[in-house]
Design a protein around this ligand. Structure first.
Ligand code: FAD
Length: 410
């Protein structure tokens, strides 16, 4: 009989993109490894971005977009088990599941993602109140939207605005309440935020900034929200999109360092050499100190490196962060680290609903943001990654394709 104990095992906790790519890459790096992915969701890992878009508008189901591809994890040689992990026994190198099962590991990857930030006035579980993180949140929300006449969205960040766009597409009267003076304050500059706000208003969204919730009342046929502007809004449903926080309690309870996220080094390794971590849950070294990112590409890329390193590699994770969002016919993208004080901010005039903004620090492009400008954003990413010196006049000139700046410096 083969000695089960002698087989090297990588265990991954978390079935988001970071966990899935960690598991697949660990197996690909060393096919002799036994790789086990433990998820607290009873389904094949699926993509979260469609949950606020095509899943709400009824154009797709979560199971239509599996992270590992249509055939799931098994074709990659990874074993998937539904097992919420409640503790890590670092002394015996085992993770313990809620049902008491213990899984031994030689290397462990934590990819536990994020949790929604709960608003005390609109707690999780309150009737007609929805938060959106998982497919188990998206399905009842999609069902509720079918009978919804008036939706209130709390939070003018990316998720809240995507939900507002989806609801509007379904013909639902939608009100967005944002407590800050403008929407997308954490994501883009004032002009871009004004441009996106205008698009929402043009589609009929009633958008209120600098507006807080001062009261909530449940009624038999709806929910009433009282705002700081003195309005009483009667809604059939409320979606709260007020951000997320790192899901790092499991790591903290195991004595691993957390500081607004699981702290890892450039190899995605925690202070315990057998434990790696990746994705939304993690704080990692970047050029300006430790940072945490909440986007799909980061989760995928960091997860892949954590998995390869768990299988014996020693790769360094460096990233140029990026995000995308889809609202109506706007494809919004950002790439790079927005500097606190750009030496120059350049807006390239584009036709129609397109927009391009560049931020330069010391002659180097450090951040680019675009709407409906995918090709230019791809070129901007390469300029940023390669730290190619840029000419401000060329960036501002709509007749100069950005790719030509790359060629000029090839
Ligand atoms: C509705 C929505 C839309 C989004 N749209 C975009 C977009 O358009 N563009 C973009 O760039 N990003 C988008 N994002 C963000 C992106 O999906 C996340 O950044 C990404 O999913 C993070 O990946 P992750 O693997 O780190 O964590 P997660 O995807 O959060 O996965 C973590 C997984 O771990 C599981 N887990 C947690 N604790 C345990 C435990 N103890 N035991 C077992 N399992 C556990 C969780 O249930 C979850 O399945 C969106 C997110 C949401 C929610």
């Amino acid at each position: 009989m083969p000695d089960q104990q002698a087989e090297k095992k990588v265990v991954v906790v978390g079935g988001g993109p970071a966990g899935v790519f960690a598991a697949i890459e660990a197996k690909r790096t060393d096919p002799a490894l036994q790789v086990l992915l433990l998820s607290d969701e009873a389904c094949e890992p699926y993509e979260k971005p469609p949950l606020s878009k095509a899943v709400l508008t009824g154009k797709a189901l979560p199971e239509h977009a599996l992270i590992a591809g249509p055939k799931g994890m098994a074709v990659h040689g990874v074993t998937l088990a539904c097992a919420p992990v409640t503790a890590i026994d670092r002394a015996t190198r085992e993770v313990i599941a809620a049902d008491g099962r213990r899984f031994r590991y030689d290397a462990l990857v934590l990819a536990t993602g994020s949790l929604v930030r709960e608003l005390s006035q609109l707690p999780l579980g309150m009737p007609r109140v929805h938060y959106l993180r998982t497919e188990a949140d998206a399905r009842p929300l999609a069902a509720a939207l079918r009978d919804c006449k008036h939706l209130v969205v709390v939070g003018g960040g990316l998720i809240g605005l995507e939900v507002a766009a989806s609801a509007t597409e379904l013909g639902i009267r939608t009100t967005v309440l944002e407590v800050a003076p403008r929407i997308l304050g954490r994501v883009c500059d004032e002009d871009t935020s004004a441009f996106i706000a205008e698009e929402h208003r043009r589609h009929g969204v009633d958008l209120h900034t600098a507006t807080a919730i001062v009261g909530v009342r449940s009624a038999t046929d709806g929910i009433e929200i009282e705002t700081s502007a003195g309005a009483i809004l009667s809604a059939d449903a409320v979606v709260v999109g007020t951000g997320v926080k790192p899901n790092d309690a499991l790591a903290a309870a195991a004595g691993l360092k957390t500081d607004g996220g699981i702290v890892v080094d450039e190899h995605c390794r925690t202070a315990d050499p057998a434990i790696f971590a990746a994705g939304d849950a993690v704080r990692f070294p970047a050029p300006h100190g430790l940072i945490r990112l909440e986007n799909w590409k980061h989760a995928q890329d960091q997860g892949a490196i954590a998995g390869r390193n768990a299988a014996g590699g020693s790769e360094v994770y460096r990233t140029v962060p990026s995000f995308w969002s889809e609202q109506y016919d706007l494809y919004i993208q950002g790439v790079g680290f927005p500097p606190p004080q750009p030496t120059e901010r350049i807006r390239r005039p584009l036709a129609g609903k397109s927009l391009l903004l560049f931020e330069i620090a010391d002659g180097i492009l450090v951040y680019a943001m675009g709407i409906n400008a995918q090709r230019d954003l791809a070129a901007a990413r390469r300029l940023i990654e390669r730290r190619i010196p840029v000419d401000a006049a060329a960036l501002a000139d709509p007749s100069r394709p950005l790719a030509s700046l790359l060629k000029a410096n090839a």
